[in-house]
Design a protein around this ligand. Structure first.
Ligand SMILES: [Zn+2]
Length: 277
């Protein structure tokens, strides 16, 4: 086979560092089983199909059609956690946002932000951050990227539109509500915790600060989440971001993804997922 034929067969989206090892292992096992069955009829054909199958798995990541669709179900049915997580999307926990329970509708939010001059729209209605908003936001993210865990936790808690305390737990910044918006103290319990990925904590905290006094605290906190859509530099490492696809191959059913392919905004440099569309 010529090199160009090989490269036509190769699928970089499923091989190299994108290779999903559980899918690979599952496919090698299926190829071996299938070849063994063929080998019962003809040892030569069995050997050929084993070789061909292995070459295809090597080049293409998997050979059994739809492996990424069914492998998560196979993995989920197994009694042990095989660590089938290809991407940095944690063990099923989803990063939340700083707002309380009361949600404002998107239209009202956009109108408030536009009236405050924080975002602008072009003729087609597409929304942009105002240049000054982006500058302040990105400067804030650069600063928060380098602070200690305690400082980040405290800054994130103070960005919440209610009295709160913050702490860092591994890759997460946890904000616990300690009082109502009017200052009345409440007992913290599980339901009053907000878990943010470190990247989201940095982005949202800097976003709230960038909105400053232009809008009220509740509006700023609610806008922080949609602001993540506009992230152009990674809150964690400063790398560029791009719209791409997360292949939640074999970890799929443990997370929020029914579809193994989720379009996301992610950091090109460190792979951090910043927004799921
Ligand atoms: Zn990054």
């Amino acid at each position: 086979m010529s090199p160009s034929a090989l490269s036509r067969l190769r699928r970089p989206e499923y091989t190299g560092e994108n290779r999903c090892w559980p899918c690979t292992v599952l496919n090698v096992a299926l190829v071996a089983l299938g070849s063994a069955a063929v080998g019962l009829l003809s040892p030569v054909l069995g050997a050929l199909s084993l070789l061909g199958g292995l070459v295809l798995v090597a080049l293409r990541g998997y050979v059994v059609p739809s492996t990424p669709e069914f492998a998560p179900r196979v993995a989920a049915a197994l009694p042990v956690d095989l660590g089938f997580h290809q991407h940095r999307t944690d063990g099923g926990r989803t990063s939340e946002s700083l707002t309380g329970a009361d949600e404002v509708d998107g239209e009202t939010l956009v109108r408030r932000l536009a009236e405050a001059g924080l975002i602008t729209a072009d003729e087609s209605g597409e929304l942009f951050l105002a240049a000054e908003t982006r500058r302040t936001w990105e400067a804030g993210m650069r600063r928060l990227r380098d602070v200690s865990d305690d400082e980040l936790a405290a800054a994130t808690a103070s960005a919440a539109p209610f009295p709160a305390e913050g702490r860092v737990e591994g890759d997460w910044v946890v904000v616990t509500r300690t009082g109502d918006a009017d200052g009345t103290a409440i007992d913290g319990d599980e339901g009053d915790e907000v878990w943010l990925s470190r990247a989201h904590a940095v982005a949202d905290t800097a976003a709230v600060a960038a909105m400053g006094d232009a809008v009220d605290a509740e509006t700023a906190a609610q806008a922080a989440m949609p602001f993540r859509l506009f992230i152009e530099t990674c809150p964690l490492c400063g790398g560029d971001t791009e719209e791409t696809v997360v292949r939640e191959c074999c970890g799929g059913t443990q997370g929020v993804y029914d579809n193994p392919e989720t379009p996301v905004l992610a950091c090109v440099a460190c792979g951090e997922v910043l927004y799921e569309f």
